[in-house]
Write a new protein. Structure first.
Length: 101
């Protein structure tokens, strides 16, 4: 599901709210999450998971096209840890409908 689909689904579930209002709320929530991560804080959504920052050391990578060595600068990356409740729901659902190869 992409952001526009989320907004449409939420607006359809709450017909008393306009599509524009739901879009503004979703954008506002996401902006606050991004601001918190920018400041180095973690963002926890109970029952869903926690977003936090992890530091990656500088390393040497390879350009897959040419095989040439490339220096990769140190950086922070966003890490997501799934909440136990969500993990359980996904695994229960997956056991009912196994993935076919």
């Amino acid at each position: 599901m992409i952001k526009s689909e989320l907004i449409t689904a939420m607006a359809n579930r709450r017909p008393y709210l306009s599509h524009h209002s739901v879009e503004m709320v979703v954008n506002h929530i996401l902006q606050h999450m991004m601001d918190g991560l920018e400041q180095g804080n973690s963002v926890e959504i109970r029952g869903f998971g926690t977003f936090s920052l992890r530091f990656r050391q500088a390393q040497i990578g390879r350009n897959p096209k040419t095989g040439e060595s490339v220096n990769v600068a140190p950086r922070h990356v966003v890490h997501f840890k799934t909440a136990k409740d969500l993990k359980k729901r996904v695994n229960d659902f997956a056991s009912q409908y196994p993935i076919q190869k």
